[in-house]
Write a protein that binds this ligand. Structure first.
Ligand code: HDD
Length: 705
């Protein structure tokens, strides 16, 4: 008798093993009770999902195995093309609500009723990186909002920066090619610190304003909950009388603005590449719902004519000090997705999705976008019926004579599929209505030309305005970022061309960058399309530091503890932090936690080598005497303190932790941002200080280069 014949059937072997599977330690189960039956896509019950159908236990697999073939076929086709830009994103559901009616300016249904909730879906994204790229890449953040209004879907497909790199959509493919991986080598991933990007930028002076923004800390946000959103373009609002006003859309985070330091971002990308999505997921799951104010900057034709810049030029903004942002609504994200692919991946935003009462302007970037978004969805989602996918489907009835196509889900009944038809009444199907969308009848005339308007020609005045509106710390960060990025550029001529542009923006910045790059000869200023640069007034609204929060709410405190940690101090820290609405995480030598001084167990969320201080906004170090000795021999604990110190974080420490400062060589450098925890009331004082987020005064002291 052969060995094969003696072997028990594979099915029996699996069952006999009784292996624990899954986190809950459940064992291998078969259907029954409330455990549903596994089926094929055709609904056929499956008896064995562990083994393919073979000729004997060691023979070839049979083509007849329809279950195997279907399973493999489906797996092989799981991927859809990632977005050509904004591939990495994270979405959440919520609602939009007016706090003030805009009925005087627009007849859009969504603006009419104060307090009524309109369902919303928001997808945040980075632009350049592929789907698997890290969250803390220095990049613009997409801020795309879909509002499921009672008059159809309105998409505001914006960014966290109110201006853009280019003025005409025809340059978009070039911009993106230059920014993404270089085509021969396929790298670098998710970063602009390479020759192609800066070569393109150095030859595209209209991008200079945006360059100031992307070199600022706006592109390394602490969390998606702390970013602003902007519709960027000038749109139109049209009211019931047909009167049109111009408008720019704004989202302002309730928690204020906050970013991380560049060195922190670099380390975060290793420590937790999902830092932003995890943060959004966790805060929504914890019931701490992120919220933004919805604001509008409204202005008329007269203002547009008198304004120094063209309101159709997406490389310019309208300073909030000139046209204040009127807050009229709010956006709250209160529900995570059920399925990432179905919702976040398949959501399709189109700038062309506007509702009655909202209209476009002639901004040549917006006009081009209106083509691109619809077009890209066809490629990405595979057919013209992507609006049948639940995340894209309006929450109002859809009735028209469009039919068929790949994956058609909603197919009209009845005989009639054309219009006009003579069937009459309901049998004739849907008909147009005077209440339907009407384009604003703007008068347009002129010769056909490929030309850039003269009014778009000033590329430096607003770039300078942005720079001079930053606090000194922020200005330093912009200089540092430029030096960092350009130091990765291999071609000296490209570095020099950028410095030549900077000389038209700010001489000190240009000299700082030239010095930082070790440029021997500082180039002449670049030739400007419009030679006179205006010295515009400072705009405090452009600074993150001036628009940060005053409290530690929504932030995260990391408390490093060891065996024997002072229980009363730990409790006081936790209470003070959670009391202002902050989150707390414990880091310990082992994730199982430690026994505190009173014998209670402090459960840890991170083991010390997996919980570096970059994950936290502020840190406290509370070891026992023996624990401090242990930590001072542990490299990752020393990194924890060294990084928190270098990133200008507020650091609270129990007396025993002084040893760690000594071992890190920091004992002589301790400043007011390092706060001793002698008695429990010190914890409250520490959390209050953390409201300022960072002890920026330290930064200059820790950087010599
Ligand atoms: Fe774009 C995606 C924002 C200019 C073409 N864009 C995309 C997304 C955001 C923006 C947030 C991601 C949407 C999502 O989460 O699915 N894009 C902007 C902003 C711009 C801008 C604020 C300038 C003001 N974009 C722009 C131009 C073009 C495009 C000039 C082309 C003419 N953008 C696209 C696209 C994408 C896209 C190729 C890729 C995936 C998608 O649309 O759905 O159509």
């Amino acid at each position: 008798m052969s060995q094969t014949n003696n072997a028990p059937p594979a099915q029996a072997r699996i069952a006999d093993l009784d292996v624990p599977v899954g986190q809950g330690g459940e064992v291998q189960q078969t259907a029954g009770g409330d455990v549903p039956v596994l089926t094929t896509q055709q609904g056929i019950p499956v008896s064995d999902d562990q083994n393919s159908l073979k000729v004997g236990p060691r023979g070839p697999t049979l083509l007849e195995d329809f279950h195997f073939r279907e399973k493999m076929f489906h797996f092989d086709h799981e991927r859809i093309p990632e977005r050509v830009v904004h591939a990495r994103g994270f979405g959440a559901h919520g609602y939009f609500e007016m706090t003030e009616s805009l009925a005087d300016l627009s007849h859009a249904d969504v603006f009419q009723r104060v307090g009524e909730k309109t369902p919303a879906f928001v997808r945040f994204s980075t632009v350049a990186g592929n789907k698997g790229s890290p969250d803390l890449a220095r990049d613009v953040r997409g801020f795309a909002v879909k509002l499921y209004t009672q008059e159809g879907n309105w998409d505001i497909v914006g960014n966290n920066i109110p201006v853009f790199f280019i003025q005409d959509a025809i340059k978009f493919p070039d911009l993106i090619h230059a920014a993404k991986q270089e085509p021969d080598r396929g790298f670098p991933q998710a970063q602009t610190a390479h020759d192609n990007f800066w070569d393109f930028i150095s030859l595209t002076p209209e991008s200079m304003h945006m360059i100031m923004w992307i070199m600022s800390d706006r592109t390394i946000p602490r969390s998606l909950r702390f970013i602003e959103g902007f519709g960027v373009h000038t749109f139109r609002l049209v009211n019931a009388e047909g009167k049109s006003s111009f408008v720019k859309f704004h989202w302002k985070p309730k928690l204020g603005l906050q970013s991380v330091a560049w060195n922190e971002a670099v380390k975060l990308n290793g420590a937790d590449p999902d830092f932003h999505r995890r943060d959004l997921w966790a805060s929504i799951q914890a019931g701490d719902f992120p919220e933004w104010e919805f604001g509008v900057q409204v202005f008329d034709e007269e203002f547009a004519k008198s304004f120094d810049f063209d309101v159709l030029d997406a490389t310019k903004l309208i300073p909030e000090e000139l046209v204040p942002v009127r807050v009229v609504g709010r956006l709250v994200l209160d529900r995570v997705v059920d399925n990432f692919f179905a919702e976040t991946e398949q959501v399709a935003f189109c700038t062309s999705n506007v509702v009655p009462g909202i209209d476009f302007t002639n901004d040549p970037l917006l006009q081009g976008r209106n083509f691109s978004y619809l077009d890209t969805q066809l490629k990405r989602l595979g057919g013209p019926n992507f609006t049948h996918i639940p995340i894209n489907a309006p929450k109002v009835p859809v009735r028209n004579f469009q039919q068929d196509g790949h994956m058609a889900m909603h197919n009209p009944k009845g005989r009639v599929n054309y219009e006009p038809n003579g069937w009459g009444g309901a049998a004739g199907g849907p008909r147009q209505t005077p209440r339907g969308y009407r384009s604003f009848p703007a008068e347009e005339a002129g010769p056909k030309l490929r030309i850039r308007a003269e009014s778009f020609a000033d590329h430096y005045s607003q770039a300078r305005q942005f720079f001079v509106s930053q606090t000194p710390v922020e200005q330093t960060h912009i200089g540092d970022a430029l030096v960092f990025e350009l130091s990765k550029v291999e071609t000296p001529a490209i570095r020099a061309r950028i410095v030549a542009h900077l000389r038209n923006i700010d001489e000190t910045l240009a000299q700082t960058v030239a010095k930082g790059l070790g440029l021997k000869d500082v180039p002449e200023p670049a030739t400007a399309a419009r030679p006179t640069r205006q010295d515009l007034p400072q705009s405090p609204a452009l600074s993150i530091a001036l628009n940060g929060p005053e409290s530690f709410k929504g932030r995260k405190l990391g408390i490093l503890v060891t065996e024997g940690a002072d229980a009363a101090m730990v409790a006081a820290l936790k209470e003070a932090a959670t009391g202002v609405g902050a989150m707390v995480e414990f880091i310990a030598p082992v994730v199982g936690g430690v026994s505190a001084s009173d014998g209670s167990v402090i459960e840890a969320q991170q083991k010390v080598n997996g919980g570096p201080s970059v994950l936290y906004d502020a840190v406290a170090i509370v070891p026992s005497e023996a624990g401090a000795k242990l930590l001072s021999r542990e490299a990752t604990a020393k990194d924890f303190l060294n990084d928190a110190f270098a990133h200008a974080k507020f650091i609270a420490y129990a007396p025993a932790a002084k040893l760690l400062f000594e071992k890190c060589g920091l004992a002589g450098d301790m400043d007011e941002g390092c706060m001793a925890l002698n008695k429990p009331v010190d914890a409250a004082a520490f959390i209050k200080a953390c409201g300022k987020l960072r002890f920026w005064a330290r930064e200059a002291a820790v950087h010599a280069v």
